[in-house]
Design a protein around this ligand. Structure first.
Ligand code: XIL
Length: 377
C-alpha cells in the first residue's frame, strides 16, 4: 500500500472508531446499570422528547434511565381540558414510548390543585359543585385515565401537593367541594380502576418536620381506612442548603417505618442564587428577573460545577445509604436547557440543575452521582 493511501486510511479509521466510541452518549457509564443494586433511576420527559425518539434527549433517556414520568401530558388540564373533552394522544404516545423501551412508566398526576382548570369544580352556572357531584367527577376522571393505562402504568402520583408546609391541608377547591377525604376517595377510585397499580402521595418539602409529621399522619389515615398506598413521593426540587442531611434522613426513616416506599419523584438541584427565602416548589409563585438572580447566562464556571457536583454527591449518598427504603429516583427533566427551572420561579434564567448540560454532555455532577452508586455497593 502506498504511503499516500495510508495518509487517508488511518485518519478515516480513527474517525470511524471515534464516531462509535467517542460520541457523548457512549462515553459515560450507564446510570441504570450502576444504580440497579440500589433503586430505579429515571427522568420526567416532555412530549418533545417522545415525539423525537431519534433525538439526543431521547438518546440520554434510553441509555441511562429505566423509568419515565410524564412531565405534563397526564395532568388534568392536559388530558381532560374541558368537562366533555379528553385529549389522550400525548399521554398515549408517552406510554407507548415507555413500553417500547421496557421502561417503568409513572403517571403524574391524578389530583392536584394546579394545572387543573377551575371549570372542573363548577356547574354550568359557575356554581361550586356539591360534594356528591364533585366525587362523581373525580371518580369519572380517575376511572377513565387509570383505566385507559391499566397494566401499563406501574404507579400513579394519585394526589399531588395537598399539604401546606405547616402541615394542615391546603384550602384547595378539592377540600372546598369534596372535603378533607378527597385524598382517601382518590386512592379508593384509583385502586378500583387498576388493582395492580402502585399508588403514591406526592409533595415537596416533605423533609420539613411539620410537613413530614403531616404526611406520616396522612399515610396512617389511608392505611387505617384499609386503602392501598405504596409510597410517598418527595419531589426533590432541592437547593444547595436544603434539605439538611438530618431532615432528609428523618423523613426517610419516618416513611420507612410506615412500611411504604419513598420515591424521589422530581429531583433537580438549584445552584442559582435563591430568588427568595421560600424553599418549596409552588408553581404559582413568581419573582421578577433581576441581573443578580441570573449570574451565569454564558455557562457555569468550573468552580461552581464542582460545588454542584459535591451537592449531588451529598444527596445521592444519603439516598444510596437508605436504598432499602428508596425505590426510585427520577430527575425532573433531561438536560439543563429544557429544565422548568429556567422559568421558575424567575422567568428567563439560565439554570444548571440536572446531570446533562446544554450540549447533551454529562456534567461533573453526573460523575459525582456515578461515584455514589459505586461507593454504595
Ligand atoms: C412543572 C413542569 O415541569 C412545567 O413544564 C410546567 O409548566 C409546570 O409544572 N411540581 C410538580 C410538577 O409536581 O408537576 C411541576 O412540573 C413542577 C413542580
Amino acid at each position: 500500500m502506498s504511503a499516500r493511501r495510508h495518509t487517508y486510511i488511518l485518519p478515516a479509521i480513527v474517525i470511524a472508531f471515534c464516531a462509535i466510541t467517542c460520541a457523548p452518549e457512549h462515553k459515560e457509564p450507564v446510570l441504570k446499570d450502576l444504580f440497579s443494586p440500589h433503586f430505579l433511576i429515571g427522568a420526567a420527559i416532555a412530549d418533545d422528547v417522545v415525539m423525537n425518539e431519534q433525538g439526543r434527549d431521547a438518546a440520554i433517556v434510553l441509555r441511562h434511565y429505566n423509568t419515565v414520568t410524564a412531565e405534563n401530558v397526564m395532568k388534568w388540564a392536559s388530558i381532560h381540558p374541558s368537562w366533555e373533552t379528553y385529549v389522550f394522544e400525548p399521554a398515549d404516545r408517552f406510554v407507548a414510548f415507555g413500553q417500547r423501551h421496557n421502561m417503568v412508566i409513572i403517571g403524574h398526576t391524578l389530583v392536584w390543585h394546579n394545572q387543573t382548570d377551575n371549570a372542573a369544580f363548577v356547574d354550568a352556572q359557575g356554581k361550586l359543585l356539591s360534594r356528591d357531584a364533585m366525587l362523581a367527577r373525580l371518580k369519572e376522571h380517575i376511572t377513565t385515565v387509570v383505566g385507559r393505562y391499566k397494566g401499563k402504568v406501574k404507579g400513579w402520583d394519585v394526589v399531588n401537593e395537598a399539604l401546606t408546609d405547616e402541615g394542615p391541608l391546603r384550602a384547595s377547591l378539592w377540600v372546598q367541594t369534596i372535603g378533607e377525604d378527597f385524598i382517601a376517595k382518590a386512592f379508593e377510585f384509583a385502586h378500583e380502576a387498576d388493582p395492580d397499580a402502585e399508588l403514591y402521595y406526592n409533595d415537596f418539602s416533605l423533609d420539613k418536620p411539620a410537613k413530614r409529621d403531616a404526611v406520616v399522619q396522612l399515610v396512617k389515615d389511608l392505611q387505617a381506612r384499609g386503602l392501598r398506598v405504596d409510597g410517598v413521593g418527595i419531589q426533590g426540587h432541592w437547593g444547595m442548603d436544603y434539605p439538611t442531611t438530618e431532615n432528609l434522613e428523618a423523613f426517610l426513616t419516618a416513611i420507612g417505618a410506615l412500611g411504604v416506599k419513598v420515591l424521589v419523584t422530581e429531583m433537580d438541584v438549584d445552584i442559582l442564587p435563591p430568588a427568595w427565602d421560600y424553599q418549596g416548589a409552588d408553581i404559582n409563585a413568581r419573582v421578577e428577573l433581576r441581573e443578580e438572580l441570573n449570574p451565569y447566562p454564558d455557562g457555569l464556571p468550573d468552580t461552581m460545577q464542582t460545588v454542584l457536583a459535591n451537592r449531588y454527591a451529598e444527596l445521592f449518598s444519603i439516598l444510596v445509604k437508605h436504598s432499602r427504603i428508596v425505590d426510585r429516583v427520577t430527575l425532573w427533566g433531561v438536560t439543563d436547557s429544557t429544565s422548568w427551572l429556567n422559568d421558575w420561579p424567575v422567568r428567563g434564567r439560565t439554570s444548571y440543575p440536572l446531570l446533562f448540560d446544554r450540549e447533551y454532555k454529562a456534567k461533573p455532577a453526573f460523575q459525582a452521582v456515578v461515584n455514589t452508586a459505586r461507593a454504595g455497593r
